[in-house]
Write a protein that binds this ligand. Structure first.
Ligand SMILES: [Zn+2]
Length: 425
C-alpha cells in the first residue's frame, strides 16, 4: 500500500493536492471493496444487487456504480426491516448515529471506531486547509454526541456548548469561553450577533466555520463584519460526515473526494456537466458497517463552471441549493431561522408531522399532519407560536392535512422559503 492509501498522515494530508486520476483510482478500490462487503454481508444489499441483476464482482469502480439504482432516504430507511448492518458486527462496539431528523425519516448509522476516526480526520484536514492550526482552540456550538466532550489539552483543542440550551444560558456559556475559531450553524450565530460585535472584535477570531444549514450571502457579510474574520462553510450530512467544504483559495466548494464518491445527476440520471445543477448522490467510501451505495442526500448542487487553477484538486461545486431547511426572508430585511421554527413545532402537542412553507413575502403556511384529538385549540397554538417568531406584518395560516404530500424520490423540505426573493449564499 502506498502512502497515498492513508498509512501515513503525510500521505493523507497530500491527497487533496494529488492528480485527479490518482484520487479516482483510490475511489475505484474503495467502491469495489464496498460493493463486495455490502453484497456479501448486508441482507438489504444482497436483495438490492439481486434485483438490479448485478453481481458485486462486476462493480470494479466508480464507473460501474451507474449499473445500480439510486437509493433515496425512504427506501434506505425501509431496508431496516431486512437488515442494513453488516452481519457479524458487534454493535456494542460501534458508534451509533442518527440522521438529523429534520426530514421526518430517521436513518440509523453504525460506525466502527476506526471508521469514525477516519471521517474525523477528513474533517480536521478540511479545517486545516481552511486556516485551523494545531494550537487554535475551537468552540463548537452543536448537538451533543459521542465526540463532544471538550478536549482541552494538547493540540486541536476544542470547547463545546450544547445548542439545545435555553438561549440565555447558551449565550452566557459562549461568552464565558475563549477561542480562536467558532463553529456553529449560521442561524445560531445570527442570534448571537446583536450583542456580539464588541466581544468578537476583542477576541480576534481567526475563522468562523459554518455548516448544516443555508448560509445566505447577507448573513455571511454580517458575520464577517462582526467577527472581523473570514467565514468558511462546510457541507456535510450525518450519514456521511463531511461531503464538501468551501475553499479559502479558490472560493468554490471542494468535494472530499477521498471520503465520499459524489455524483451530481440530471433528471434523467446522467452526470451533470460543468456549470450544471443536479441531484447529489453519494457513496461514502469509509462506511463498511452500514454501507450506503448511491445514496441520495436530497439536495441539489451545481458543478463549478470550470477549474480555477486551485492547488487543491478535489472536484468542485459552486452552489448548494435546496438544503433540507431554508431561512425565510421576511419583510424589512429580517430572516427567520428554520431551527427556531423546527424547535417550536417539534414541541407542539398534537403535531405528528409538519411542514412550513412561505407562500409569499409576508405569508407563511404551516401544514400539519395531526395526531388524534388535534383541534381548533391546537391549531391556534401552532399559529400563535409561529406568529410570535415571524413578528409583525407576517400572516400565518395553519392547514391541517391528512398527509403531507411528498414529491417522489425527494425529501420533504420541512421549512421552505418563498422562492420569489430568497437570496442564496
Ligand atoms: Zn480550491
Amino acid at each position: 500500500m502506498s502512502g497515498f492509501d492513508g498509512l501515513s498522515w503525510a500521505g493523507f494530508l497530500r491527497r487533496p493536492f494529488a492528480a485527479p486520476e490518482r484520487v479516482r483510482e483510490y475511489q475505484d478500490r474503495r467502491v469495489q471493496a464496498l460493493a463486495r462487503q455490502a453484497a456479501a454481508r448486508v441482507p438489504f444489499y444482497r436483495r438490492w444487487f439481486r434485483e438490479a441483476g448485478v453481481r458485486a464482482e462486476e462493480i470494479g469502480g466508480v464507473a460501474d456504480l451507474k449499473r445500480l439504482p439510486v437509493l433515496n432516504k425512504t427506501e434506505y430507511a425501509r431496508g431496516k426491516a431486512e437488515g442494513l448492518v453488516a452481519e457479524g458486527t458487534d454493535e456494542r462496539r460501534c458508534f451509533e448515529l442518527y440522521s438529523s431528523g429534520t426530514t421526518g425519516e430517521r436513518v440509523r448509522i453504525l460506525r466502527t471506531r476506526a471508521e469514525e476516526y477516519t471521517l474525523y480526520a477528513h474533517r480536521l484536514r478540511a479545517q486545516m486547509l481552511s486556516g485551523l492550526r494545531p494550537w487554535d482552540v475551537r468552540l463548537r456550538i452543536g448537538l451533543p454526541g459521542h465526540k463532544t466532550r471538550a478536549h482541552r489539552l494538547g493540540v486541536f483543542r476544542f470547547e463545546f456548548v450544547n445548542e439545545e440550551l435555553p438561549f440565555e444560558a447558551l449565550r452566557a456559556e459562549v461568552f464565558g469561553k475563549h477561542f480562536d475559531i467558532l463553529g456553529a450553524k449560521p442561524g445560531l450565530i445570527e442570534l448571537l450577533l446583536p450583542d456580539w460585535g464588541e466581544r468578537l472584535r476583542g477576541m480576534k477570531l481567526k475563522r468562523v466555520f459554518t455548516g448544516a444549514e443555508l448560509l445566505t450571502g447577507d448573513l455571511r457579510r454580517r458575520i464577517e463584519e462582526a467577527a472581523g474574520c473570514r467565514v468558511v462553510d462546510f457541507y456535510g450530512a450525518m450519514e456521511v460526515n463531511l461531503m464538501a467544504w468551501e475553499c479559502v483559495r479558490c472560493g468554490l466548494y471542494h468535494f472530499c473526494d477521498d471520503g465520499v464518491c459524489a455524483e451530481v445527476l440530471r433528471e434523467d440520471g446522467s452526470e451533470a456537466g460543468p456549470g450544471e445543477a443536479g441531484r447529489l448522490v453519494v457513496t461514502p467510501l469509509h462506511s463498511f458497517i452500514t454501507p450506503m451505495i448511491r445514496y441520495e442526500i436530497g439536495d441539489v448542487v451545481r458543478r463549478a463552471a470550470g477549474p480555477r487553477g486551485c492547488a487543491i484538486r478535489f472536484s468542485t461545486i459552486d452552489r448548494i441549493e435546496g438544503r433540507t431547511i431554508d431561512y425565510l426572508p421576511l419583510p424589512g430585511g429580517r430572516w427567520l431561522s428554520p431551527i427556531r421554527l423546527i424547535e417550536t413545532l417539534q414541541n407542539t402537542p398534537g403535531v405528528r408531522r409538519y411542514q412550513v412553507v412561505q407562500t409569499a413575502a409576508a405569508e407563511i403556511e404551516v401544514r400539519v399532519e395531526p395526531e388524534e384529538g388535534f383541534g381548533e385549540e391546537h391549531a391556534g397554538r401552532v399559529r400563535r407560536s409561529v406568529e410570535e417568531l415571524a413578528g409583525e406584518g407576517v400572516r400565518v395560516q395553519v392547514r391541517v392535512a391528512e398527509r403531507i404530500a411528498r414529491p417522489p424520490g425527494r425529501k420533504v423540505k420541512l421549512v421552505e422559503a418563498w422562492r420569489g426573493e430568497v437570496q442564496r449564499g
